[in-house]
Design a protein around this ligand. Structure first.
Ligand SMILES: Cc1cc2nc3c(=O)[nH]c(=O)nc-3n(C[C@H](O)[C@H](O)[C@H](O)COP(=O)(O)OP(=O)(O)OC[C@H]3O[C@@H](n4cnc5c(N)ncnc54)[C@H](O)[C@@H]3O)c2cc1C
Length: 401
């Protein structure tokens, strides 16, 4: 392993710390630790303002492949991106609501978009002003994404989009959505005839967002209905028919940086569960002790694995990382409620009053982490990828479609 933080990284760490200490104050400090997975509904106002604060500091887009300052963004090496993500997690800065634009769409525009598209959309993302959502999944087209049935028909210099997306995180907050839709016949392969369109969300009567309430009682994702919604023809990324290549490219932009930062949050959560276990005496149960130690050891393995593969071209690395962290986090949720014993079934709020139930940290962790082995590609799909692309096993049998 040749991963190490050098003097330039440590200087960068000092800068990052200084900036975070100086800006994570007042209302922003009150939003610290809020808005993470399962808490996306928390403090939307302060968190949107925090996005703009990050933008003013040049901290959005530090991993983009641009000249320094091209869109108002700082630029940083891969190790410095890790440093920023670590420092961000260390101070428990507010959960990002701009990550879909920054981490998914922007690198996609840099790789596949036209210069006009980059100039039109990257500055708003870098300033923390424009929020995006991801319009891929449909009922019947989740793991099997090539099955999307949403249609975009050319109409002069625009497209008219009709169909329905589902599980669209943050669609209720987003200004824009990138939509994978069918613009042509499937041809010999179902991946053909798809396009990647940039669609403004503010289209009353043509776009309707309906929240989906989750096990946690909150609604971070939505159904999105398109009924003749418009997208400019100039806003098709990569050109008509290139949607599959662009959509898959977007999914490949995670290079391990956010996984490493996520592990700092995981370590904080594990420490909280250990504290509860010591306080309430659950730690005297030998089985629970063993589970807690096992979780700690697995977290160390995850960190070394992420460092080992950081930024590399190992085709299995993202799938292995996803399998490791998704399963680990789900088990942490299970151990967290086991530590609480029967009390874990009682909510802190007055649920008898018919109000939406309140959850404490352990309950929310348990319930939300059920989703961790599904979103971003389910465990089964990750195993298929490893089987076919890494181990070279035969492709799975597919029935007629
Ligand atoms: C919290 C959360 C946030 C999300 N946010 C977004 C978002 O912002 N935008 C978006 O577009 N989508 C989003 N999704 C959707 C997510 O991408 C899909 O849920 C995921 O791709 C699985 O698709 P599906 O739900 O249709 O399940 P299906 O694809 O129907 O799968 C059902 C089950 O069958 C298994 N399965 C399917 N195919 C195979 C196979 N070939 N081999 C073996 N097993 C298989 C799956 O593993 C799963 O267990 C989100 C999901 C969650 C849970």
């Amino acid at each position: 392993m040749d991963f190490a933080f050098g003097p330039a990284d440590e200087a960068f760490r000092a800068q990052a710390r200084e900036w975070l200490d100086g800006h994570l104050t007042g209302g922003f400090a009150a939003a610290a630790g809020r808005g993470g997975p399962g808490g996306e509904h928390e403090d939307p106002g302060p968190r949107r303002a925090w996005e703009r604060e990050l933008g003013r500091g040049g901290w959005i887009g530090i991993g983009w492949d641009t000249a320094p300052g091209a869109y108002g963004n700082r630029t940083a090496s891969l190790t410095q991106q890790v440093v920023w993500a670590e420092e961000y997690a260390r101070v428990r800065a507010p959960g990002r609501c701009g990550h879909i634009g920054e981490k998914l769409l922007a690198p996609t525009l840099l790789a596949y978009g036209s210069q006009e598209q980059r100039d039109a959309f990257l500055p708003g993302i870098a300033r923390g002003e424009t929020l995006w959502c991801q319009g891929y999944s449909e009922s019947g087209a989740g793991s099997d994404l090539a099955g999307v049935r949403t249609v975009a028909e050319r109409d002069g210099d625009a497209y008219r989009i009709s169909g329905q997306k589902i599980w669209t995180s943050l669609a209720h907050e987003a200004d824009w959505c990138f939509v994978l839709a069918r613009t042509g016949a499937a041809g010999a392969r179902r991946h053909e005839g798809l396009s990647f369109l940039l669609v403004p969300m503010d289209q009353p009567g043509r776009i309707e967002v309906r929240p989906i309430r989750q096990l946690t009682g909150t609604a971070e994702f939505n159904e999105v209905f398109f009924d003749g919604a418009r997208a400019r023809a100039a806003h098709v990324v990569g050109g008509e028919g290139a949607g599959w290549r662009v959509a898959m490219g977007l999914l490949g932009f995670e290079r391990g940086v956010s996984t490493l930062a996520q592990q700092i949050g995981f370590a904080q959560e594990l420490a909280g569960v250990v504290r509860d276990a010591v306080r309430d005496g659950a730690v005297r149960d030998p089985v629970l002790r063993e589970q807690l130690v096992g979780l700690w050891a697995e977290l160390r393995v995850m960190r070394w694995n992420a460092l080992r593969t950081l930024g590399g071209a190992d085709p299995g690395a993202p799938s292995v990382a996803k399998l490791l962290w998704g399963g680990w986090h789900r088990r942490l949720g299970e151990v967290a409620v086991r530590v609480r014993g029967a009390l874990a079934a009682a909510g802190p709020g007055d649920w008898t009053a018919g109000a939406p139930y309140e959850l404490d940290a352990a309950q929310r962790l348990f319930l939300f982490s059920r989703a961790d082995t599904i979103y971003g590609g389910s465990d089964e799909i990750q195993r298929n990828i490893i089987a076919e692309r890494v181990l070279g096993l035969p492709r799975e049998a597919r029935g007629p479609r």
